[in-house]
Design a protein around this ligand. Structure first.
Ligand code: CTP
Ligand code: MG
Length: 179
Protein backbone atom coordinates (compact mmCIF):
# COMPACT_ATOMS: atom_id res chain seq x y z
CA UNK A 1 0.00 0.00 0.00
CA UNK A 2 2.78 2.45 0.94
CA UNK A 3 4.39 1.56 -2.37
CA UNK A 4 1.14 2.39 -4.19
CA UNK A 5 0.96 5.77 -2.42
CA UNK A 6 4.56 6.58 -3.38
CA UNK A 7 3.81 5.57 -6.97
CA UNK A 8 0.82 7.96 -7.07
CA UNK A 9 2.88 10.84 -5.62
CA UNK A 10 5.56 10.20 -8.23
CA UNK A 11 3.03 10.09 -11.08
CA UNK A 12 1.31 13.26 -9.86
CA UNK A 13 4.45 15.39 -9.46
CA UNK A 14 3.78 17.01 -12.89
CA UNK A 15 0.42 18.13 -11.42
CA UNK A 16 1.81 19.18 -8.02
CA UNK A 17 4.84 21.20 -9.12
CA UNK A 18 3.31 23.78 -11.54
CA UNK A 19 1.98 25.87 -8.67
CA UNK A 20 5.45 26.09 -7.11
CA UNK A 21 6.86 27.36 -10.38
CA UNK A 22 3.94 29.81 -10.59
CA UNK A 23 4.87 31.24 -7.18
CA UNK A 24 8.47 31.77 -8.34
CA UNK A 25 7.73 33.00 -11.88
CA UNK A 26 4.42 34.77 -11.23
CA UNK A 27 3.80 38.50 -11.10
CA UNK A 28 3.80 39.56 -14.74
CA UNK A 29 0.47 40.56 -16.31
CA UNK A 30 -2.72 39.62 -14.47
CA UNK A 31 -4.71 37.12 -16.56
CA UNK A 32 -7.91 39.13 -16.11
CA UNK A 33 -6.04 42.32 -17.15
CA UNK A 34 -7.25 43.86 -13.89
CA UNK A 35 -10.86 43.63 -15.06
CA UNK A 36 -13.99 42.87 -13.08
CA UNK A 37 -16.62 40.23 -13.75
CA UNK A 38 -20.34 41.12 -14.12
CA UNK A 39 -20.70 40.96 -10.32
CA UNK A 40 -18.29 43.88 -10.00
CA UNK A 41 -15.53 41.74 -8.46
CA UNK A 42 -12.23 40.79 -10.08
CA UNK A 43 -12.46 37.90 -12.57
CA UNK A 44 -9.41 36.07 -11.15
CA UNK A 45 -7.52 38.65 -9.07
CA UNK A 46 -3.86 39.68 -8.92
CA UNK A 47 -2.73 36.19 -7.84
CA UNK A 48 -3.23 34.78 -11.36
CA UNK A 49 -0.68 36.11 -13.84
CA UNK A 50 0.38 35.01 -17.31
CA UNK A 51 3.99 34.46 -16.24
CA UNK A 52 2.82 32.25 -13.37
CA UNK A 53 0.39 30.33 -15.55
CA UNK A 54 2.76 29.54 -18.42
CA UNK A 55 5.81 29.27 -16.17
CA UNK A 56 3.87 26.77 -14.07
CA UNK A 57 2.91 24.65 -17.07
CA UNK A 58 6.46 24.62 -18.43
CA UNK A 59 7.80 23.89 -14.94
CA UNK A 60 5.58 20.80 -14.59
CA UNK A 61 6.70 19.54 -18.00
CA UNK A 62 10.34 20.14 -17.05
CA UNK A 63 9.93 18.19 -13.81
CA UNK A 64 8.35 15.26 -15.69
CA UNK A 65 11.27 15.14 -18.13
CA UNK A 66 13.71 15.07 -15.22
CA UNK A 67 11.65 12.23 -13.68
CA UNK A 68 11.89 10.32 -16.94
CA UNK A 69 15.66 10.74 -16.98
CA UNK A 70 15.87 9.55 -13.38
CA UNK A 71 13.69 6.54 -14.19
CA UNK A 72 15.94 5.65 -17.09
CA UNK A 73 19.02 5.89 -14.88
CA UNK A 74 17.66 3.62 -12.15
CA UNK A 75 15.62 1.28 -14.34
CA UNK A 76 12.36 2.31 -12.78
CA UNK A 77 9.45 2.10 -15.21
CA UNK A 78 6.52 4.46 -15.13
CA UNK A 79 6.94 7.53 -17.34
CA UNK A 80 9.82 5.81 -19.10
CA UNK A 81 7.57 2.88 -20.02
CA UNK A 82 5.75 5.24 -22.39
CA UNK A 83 6.83 6.34 -25.83
CA UNK A 84 7.96 9.99 -25.76
CA UNK A 85 4.87 11.27 -27.59
CA UNK A 86 2.42 9.53 -25.22
CA UNK A 87 4.51 10.71 -22.29
CA UNK A 88 4.60 14.35 -23.35
CA UNK A 89 0.86 14.45 -24.10
CA UNK A 90 0.16 13.01 -20.64
CA UNK A 91 2.37 15.48 -18.78
CA UNK A 92 1.08 18.46 -20.78
CA UNK A 93 -2.44 17.38 -19.77
CA UNK A 94 -1.47 16.97 -16.08
CA UNK A 95 0.37 20.26 -15.96
CA UNK A 96 -2.15 22.35 -17.98
CA UNK A 97 -5.00 20.78 -16.01
CA UNK A 98 -3.35 21.85 -12.75
CA UNK A 99 -3.00 25.48 -13.85
CA UNK A 100 -6.50 25.68 -15.37
CA UNK A 101 -7.92 24.15 -12.19
CA UNK A 102 -6.02 26.69 -10.11
CA UNK A 103 -7.42 29.48 -12.29
CA UNK A 104 -10.94 28.10 -11.97
CA UNK A 105 -10.50 27.88 -8.18
CA UNK A 106 -9.63 31.59 -8.05
CA UNK A 107 -12.62 32.42 -10.26
CA UNK A 108 -14.88 30.63 -7.75
CA UNK A 109 -13.14 32.29 -4.78
CA UNK A 110 -13.66 35.79 -6.23
CA UNK A 111 -17.36 35.05 -6.84
CA UNK A 112 -17.69 34.00 -3.19
CA UNK A 113 -15.94 37.16 -1.91
CA UNK A 114 -12.68 35.53 -0.84
CA UNK A 115 -9.97 38.14 -1.25
CA UNK A 116 -6.78 37.16 -3.05
CA UNK A 117 -4.59 34.90 -0.98
CA UNK A 118 -7.23 33.95 1.57
CA UNK A 119 -7.34 30.20 2.13
CA UNK A 120 -10.39 28.30 0.95
CA UNK A 121 -9.98 24.71 2.16
CA UNK A 122 -10.83 21.94 -0.33
CA UNK A 123 -11.04 24.38 -3.28
CA UNK A 124 -7.36 25.37 -2.80
CA UNK A 125 -6.26 21.75 -2.39
CA UNK A 126 -8.44 19.84 -4.79
CA UNK A 127 -9.66 21.85 -7.80
CA UNK A 128 -6.23 21.80 -9.42
CA UNK A 129 -6.02 18.03 -8.96
CA UNK A 130 -9.52 17.30 -10.27
CA UNK A 131 -8.86 19.38 -13.39
CA UNK A 132 -5.48 17.73 -13.81
CA UNK A 133 -6.99 14.23 -13.57
CA UNK A 134 -9.87 15.20 -15.87
CA UNK A 135 -7.50 16.54 -18.55
CA UNK A 136 -5.17 13.55 -18.19
CA UNK A 137 -8.06 11.07 -18.34
CA UNK A 138 -8.44 12.02 -22.01
CA UNK A 139 -5.05 10.44 -22.79
CA UNK A 140 -4.31 6.75 -23.30
CA UNK A 141 -1.14 6.95 -21.24
CA UNK A 142 -3.11 7.98 -18.15
CA UNK A 143 -5.15 4.76 -18.17
CA UNK A 144 -1.98 2.76 -18.82
CA UNK A 145 -0.30 4.17 -15.68
CA UNK A 146 -3.18 4.81 -13.27
CA UNK A 147 -5.56 2.21 -11.84
CA UNK A 148 -8.91 3.33 -10.36
CA UNK A 149 -7.39 2.76 -6.92
CA UNK A 150 -4.51 5.11 -7.82
CA UNK A 151 -7.00 7.85 -8.74
CA UNK A 152 -8.78 7.38 -5.41
CA UNK A 153 -5.46 7.44 -3.53
CA UNK A 154 -4.52 10.67 -5.37
CA UNK A 155 -7.76 12.40 -4.40
CA UNK A 156 -7.43 11.29 -0.77
CA UNK A 157 -3.74 12.02 -0.16
CA UNK A 158 -3.47 15.33 -2.03
CA UNK A 159 -5.20 17.52 0.61
CA UNK A 160 -3.11 15.84 3.33
CA UNK A 161 0.13 16.33 1.37
CA UNK A 162 -0.82 19.93 0.63
CA UNK A 163 -1.29 20.74 4.32
CA UNK A 164 1.93 18.92 5.32
CA UNK A 165 4.11 20.53 2.64
CA UNK A 166 2.76 24.03 3.32
CA UNK A 167 3.22 23.65 7.06
CA UNK A 168 6.79 22.48 6.50
CA UNK A 169 7.46 25.44 4.17
CA UNK A 170 6.02 27.78 6.81
CA UNK A 171 8.22 26.28 9.54
CA UNK A 172 11.25 26.58 7.27
CA UNK A 173 10.23 30.24 6.76
CA UNK A 174 9.79 29.74 3.00
CA UNK A 175 6.18 30.92 3.33
CA UNK A 176 4.58 33.58 5.49
CA UNK A 177 1.35 31.70 6.13
CA UNK A 178 0.91 27.98 6.88
CA UNK A 179 -1.45 27.46 3.87
N1 CTP B 1 0.68 32.73 -9.36
C1 CTP B 1 0.68 33.45 -10.55
N2 CTP B 1 -0.06 33.03 -11.61
C2 CTP B 1 -0.84 31.92 -11.53
C3 CTP B 1 -0.85 31.17 -10.32
C4 CTP B 1 -0.08 31.61 -9.25
O1 CTP B 1 1.37 34.46 -10.67
N3 CTP B 1 -1.56 31.55 -12.60
C5 CTP B 1 1.54 33.19 -8.25
C6 CTP B 1 0.99 34.46 -7.59
O2 CTP B 1 2.07 35.24 -7.18
C7 CTP B 1 0.21 33.91 -6.40
C8 CTP B 1 1.09 32.75 -5.97
O3 CTP B 1 1.60 32.21 -7.21
O4 CTP B 1 0.05 34.86 -5.37
C9 CTP B 1 0.36 31.69 -5.17
O5 CTP B 1 -0.67 31.09 -5.95
P1 CTP B 1 -2.12 30.87 -5.37
O6 CTP B 1 -2.07 30.43 -3.94
O7 CTP B 1 -2.83 30.03 -6.33
O8 CTP B 1 -2.75 32.36 -5.44
P2 CTP B 1 -3.27 33.35 -4.32
O9 CTP B 1 -2.39 34.58 -4.30
O10 CTP B 1 -3.48 32.64 -3.06
O11 CTP B 1 -4.67 33.85 -4.92
P3 CTP B 1 -6.10 33.15 -4.86
O12 CTP B 1 -6.80 33.71 -3.66
O13 CTP B 1 -6.72 33.59 -6.14
O14 CTP B 1 -5.91 31.67 -4.79
MG1 MG C 1 -3.28 30.78 -2.21
Amino acid sequence: MIFEVLKVIWLLLPAYTPNNFAVILGGIKPMDFGKNFIDGKRIFGDGKTFSGFFGGILGGILVANVQRLIENAIEFRYFSALGYLDFIILVIALSCGAMFGDLFGSFIKRRLNFERGRSFPVVDQLTFLLFSLAFASLTNAFWFLFTSLDILIGVLITPVLHVLVNFLAFKLKLKEVPW
